[in-house]
Write a protein that binds this ligand. Structure first.
Ligand code: ADP
Length: 213
């Protein structure tokens, strides 16, 4: 389980979270939505332990991350980037599966933005971690590959009961994919639902987000 307990986060004078609480259950796919500046990326950075905060955050399991920026090593090949974090992965098979056949020996710096993103997601999935945390992972990925990634993540969850947290701007992505949707606004939870109707919830969130404009 992931737990934020009384978490306060500031960047200098800028307060992003005050006494923030959130629990994320094992085996669930949680989508986190919210307007720009609502604190989504900060939440993920605190989970990854790459920014400081006050309060308590527990992250039960070893986690795999997909950050908004790809965090690949540019002067290594695609294959080396994957094998560095997942040494036993069959990099060639994974690349073939997600439309990157023949890319193994290419350097990251020779790839387009969307291709880099795919490699970053492939690398995170290759780790086969009990906890997968992703920040807008599919924003530059083509629709067919995105469907494949989502199918793979759902299957992994089915088989291994792993936990997934996905930050997204896409209401469709959240409603199709997640078991639970949390909407952040100004560092607070403005909406939190499980067992929703996949169509009805889109209207509900859309109206909530547009009211705040
Ligand atoms: P989101 O991912 O929802 O767009 P962020 O978590 O990136 O939001 O940012 C939350 C708030 O914190 C915003 O108001 C943003 O301007 C501010 N912020 C983010 N990073 C920094 C930083 N390094 N220094 C100062 N303020 C920051």
């Amino acid at each position: 389980m992931i737990e934020f307990k009384s978490v306060t986060k500031k960047y200098g004078d800028k307060v992003v979270f005050t006494d923030f609480d959130l629990e994320i259950k094992d085996g669930e796919i949680t989508a986190i939505l919210g307007e720009n500046g609502s604190g989504k990326t900060t939440l993920l950075k605190m989970l990854a332990g790459i920014t400081d905060y006050e309060g308590k955050i527990s992250v039960g399991d070893r986690a795999a991350f997909v950050f908004q920026e790809d965090r690949l090593i540019k002067n290594l090949t695609v294959e080396r980037n994957i094998l560095l974090v997942a040494p036993t992965a069959d990099a060639t098979a994974l690349l073939n599966e997600y439309g990157l056949s023949g890319y193994g020996k290419r350097y990251i710096k020779e790839l387009s933005g969307g291709e880099r993103r795919k490699v970053a997601i492939i690398r995170a999935l290759a780790v086969s971690s009990p906890l997968l945390i992703m920040d807008e992972p599919f924003s530059s990925v083509d629709v067919a590959t995105k469907q494949k990634f989502m199918g793979k993540i759902l299957k992994e969850r089915e088989n291994k009961k792993n936990t997934v947290v996905i930050i997204t701007h896409d209401i469709f992505e959240a409603s199709d994919f997640a078991d639970r949707i949390v909407v952040l606004s100004g560092g607070k939870i403005a909406f939190d639902k499980r067992d929703f109707d996949r169509v009805g919830i889109r209207e509900e969130i859309y109206s909530l987000l547009s009211k705040r404009r």
